[in-house]
Design a protein around this ligand. Structure first.
Ligand SMILES: NC(=O)c1ccc[n+]([C@@H]2O[C@H](COP(=O)([O-])OP(=O)(O)OC[C@H]3O[C@@H](n4cnc5c(N)ncnc54)[C@H](OP(=O)(O)O)[C@@H]3O)[C@@H](O)[C@H]2O)c1
Length: 331
């Protein structure tokens, strides 16, 4: 039976996790190329916190969440890419994945292979596609590369680290807490450093014989930016792709020459999957390594959709490892 309403997590002002509330909202009528997806699992990502806090401005009131996995329930009359009953996942739908059902254009959808569970998909699509574009597109990682990955036990960090090791690169991981060292090692890091306790450029220098690393993948932002620049080899690449500790403050471009003619990029997933074909190509690469069991996805926390506030609290505490997923409550 088709529903005209859905339960969704919404907010009408920017702020802490308490701005979130669960509401019943009408579902929009399907446009010609729209698809209604009944969510089975929803991914929780740091970008949800940036939207909620206002760091990434959006118009309010708003739904929340970019990532979900579920079943196609209904399609608009010109939809050709999927049909009712198909298993799908998505990361580039309009905000509102934190819901029982969500409407999006067919181009947002990725068909889910039968052997990838909804929960796994919700835990890996946004984070895994991020790892995919960072390793295959932003810089084509080579087995001879040595890289530094911050937050190497986190959601993106775990997948990025394991995938980089599969490629054959040398991975120096960092974590913010002692309790995460073993997890980062299990993810495949050759060396694990504690970036809140150790002098990271000094330690990287010692590990790389004074050379520095080819690439730094920095999602921590404000607290690690400078140590990241100081860990690069001459003409190395700084990939600043997140702000978990806060946004990186403005700095003069001259700094890049002073640090060894280094390159800096500040990429975002949605610019790498704008075209459905590009999205599918990265998804295929991700599915292939998950299906071959070379990459395992750590779904470390599973909460109900009604517990979204708690999930945000956990992710913001900085204490989590791997991925958090929400499951729509029954009824
Ligand atoms: N640009 C893109 O395309 C893109 C796409 C996806 C994700 N991202 C970014 O990738 C990062 C990771 O996302 P995720 O969802 O997988 O989260 P996550 O890595 O599981 O969690 C964030 C981690 O950042 C570290 N951290 C440092 N300071 C923190 C603070 N003040 N508060 C909270 N955490 C802090 C913590 O690890 P330690 O304890 O090890 O420090 C924490 O576990 C985020 O910055 C996100 O914005 C970017």
């Amino acid at each position: 039976m088709l529903h005209s309403q859905t339960t969704a997590i919404r907010f009408s002002r920017f702020g802490g996790h308490s701005v979130l509330s669960q509401q019943n909202i009408p579902l929009p009528a399907l446009g010609k190329t729209d698809v209604l997806v009944r969510n089975k699992a929803i991914g929780v990502n740091f970008i949800d916190i940036y939207h909620r806090s206002g760091l990434y401005p959006i118009s309010l009131p708003s739904g929340l969440g970019k990532e979900g996995a579920g079943v196609v329930e209904a399609v608009g009359r010109d939809v050709s890419r999927v049909k009712p009953g198909d298993r799908v996942s998505y990361v580039r739908a309009p905000l509102g994945a934190y819901s029982h059902a969500h409407v999006m254009d067919q181009d947002a959808l990725i068909l889910l292979p039968d052997d990838i569970a909804y929960k796994t998909a919700a835990a890996m699509m946004l984070k895994g596609l991020t790892a995919a574009y960072l390793l295959l597109k932003t810089h084509l990682l080579k087995p001879s590369d040595t890289i530094l990955v911050h937050a190497a036990a986190g959601g993106v960090g775990s997948i990025l680290t394991s995938w980089a090791k599969m490629i054959g690169a040398t991975v120096i991981g960092t974590v913010g807490q002692e309790s995460k060292v073993e997890i980062a090692k299990t993810n495949g890091c050759d060396e694990v450093l504690l970036y809140r306790q150790q002098d990271i450029p000094h330690a990287v220098n010692a590990i790389t014989g004074g050379k520095g690393v080819d690439v730094v993948y920095d999602s921590v932002g404000k607290d690690t930016f400078e140590m990241s620049l100081d860990s690069l080899k001459k003409r190395g690449l700084m990939v600043s792709f997140g702000n978990a500790s806060g946004a990186v403050p403005d700095f003069p471009p001259l700094l890049l020459s002073q640090k060894g003619s280094i390159f800096l990029t500040r990429p975002v997933l949605f610019d790498y999957i704008h075209e459905p074909a590009e999205q599918q190509q990265l998804a295929n690469a991700l599915f292939a390594i998950v299906q071959s069991k070379q990459l395992s996805i750590n779904v470390n926390y599973q909460l109900l959709l009604s517990e979204a506030e708690e999930a945000h609290c956990m992710l913001e505490s900085g204490a989590t490892t791997g991925s958090i997923v929400l499951i729509p409550d029954e009824g």
